[in-house]
Design a protein. Structure first.
Ligand code: NDP
Length: 337
């Protein structure tokens, strides 16, 4: 059983030495337990937060413990009446080959799912996050302008495409010309702006001529600074993530802009609401799965994965994800089905 543990806590950007790849004995399931063998492991930005020893909505990973995360596995041994060998399972198994479970927290994906890894992305946590954050908090109306950054990632790409299905004008923000082209040509966004361009804020203003009604916040930082003056009266801001801040170690330089933010929220009566997907919306998963399943089957939603081969490449893929080196949902293929 190969596994990646947290070796030390990062100061700022994670580095390879913060992780350790180990080989330990394969666990043996007792009566009433199953042995799961991972095929696909998920990489997600929230994992950076779990490396810190600070209070958050979830417990930090302890030093020498296996890094946490979702896994799509197959049952290799079953001593549990509800599970049979070969069945596909979504678990929270972490960065490792094998997991023993008594069935708690497992989700069955069937005997022969057509895209098992989708359970980590478009049909799973990121897709669900996009759906609930946009529709429940963003409450978009046809004709309104939605802006979303990390526009080609699993959350952002889904937000924008659902926005189009609801009749909105969608402006994406992404890191680089290739990602922007993809957002427009494949995902169907009306515009996509490169946040690395020197005139990014001006371009955003130019392409949001009627202001912004829904800003789906994935990144924070400079992108938010450019968005704030463009928000319309009554705008909604689902506060989903702040990836540009996950590696920072101190407050930014420059003048304090808190009063500018508060003043804008007040005068424009803006609703900004944070959410943690499963804590806040766990009971609404079936509604999402039903809609998204149909949209995918009808070809109304496009979904891009970046499959990385090998557990040994998981650490570098994670460091890259936080820097925007990924293009689409990062999935680590650790074993053959
Ligand atoms: P992504 O693959 O979209 O996240 C990585 C992307 O973030 C990068 O590819 C990069 O895209 C962008 N990025 C990184 N650094 C910066 C920066 N400094 N400025 C601007 N963009 C940056 O991941 P997900 O779709 O999985 O997640 C998107 C967001 O949603 C994250 O913030 C995540 O934490 C959050 N989230 C929140 C949940 C919740 O329950 N609240 C649940 C799931 C996700 P680019 O190259 O285009 O800039």
């Amino acid at each position: 059983n190969r596994r990646i543990v947290l070796a030390s806590r990062p100061q700022g950007e994670p580095v390879a030495n913060n992780f350790r790849l180990e080989t330990v004995n394969k666990p043996v399931p007792a009566e009433g337990e199953v042995l799961l063998r991972a095929v696909y492991l998920s990489l997600d930005p929230y994992m950076r937060g779990r490396m810190n020893d600070s209070k958050s909505y979830a417990e930090p990973v302890a030093i020498d413990d296996v890094m946490v995360g979702a896994a799509v596995s197959q049952v290799e041994v079953s001593n549990h009446p509800d599970y049979k060998v070969g069945e596909w399972i979504l678990s929270f198994g972490g960065w490792q080959d094998y997991l023993v479970s008594n069935g708690e927290g497992l989700m069955k994906l069937g005997d022969n799912p057509s895209n098992p890894s989708y359970a980590l992305g478009i049909m799973g946590m990121p897709g669900f996050t996009a759906y609930m954050g946009l529709l429940d908090i963003g409450a978009p109306k046809a004709g309104e302008t939605i802006v979303v950054a990390a526009a080609t990632g699993p959350v952002g790409a889904t937000v924008g495409q659902i926005g189009k299905l609801k009749g909105c004008r969608v402006v994406g923000i992404a890191g680089g010309a290739e990602k922007c082209r993809y957002a427009k040509e494949v995902l169907g966004f009306d515009e996509c702006i490169n946040h690395k361009a020197a005139d990014f804020a001006q371009q955003l203003a130019k392409h949001c001529g009627n202001g912004i009604d829904v800003y789906f916040e994935n990144v924070g930082g400079k992108v938010f600074d450019a968005v704030l003056p463009l928000l319309n009266t009554g705008a909604r801001v689902p506060l989903c993530g702040l990836i540009s801040q996950y590696n920072v170690t101190s407050l930014p330089d420059g003048p304090d802009r808190l009063s500018l933010l508060m003043g804008t929220l007040l005068v424009k009566r803006i609703k900004m609401q944070g959410f943690i997907i499963f804590d806040d919306y766990g009971d609404r998963y079936p509604e999402f799965a039903n809609d998204m399943g149909q949209w995918l089957a009808q070809g109304k939603i496009q979904y891009r994965e970046q499959i990385v081969d090998g557990l040994e490449n998981m650490t570098s893929a994670f460091i890259g994800l936080l820097k925007g080196e990924n293009f689409g949902k990062v999935v680590i293929k650790v074993n053959n089905p």
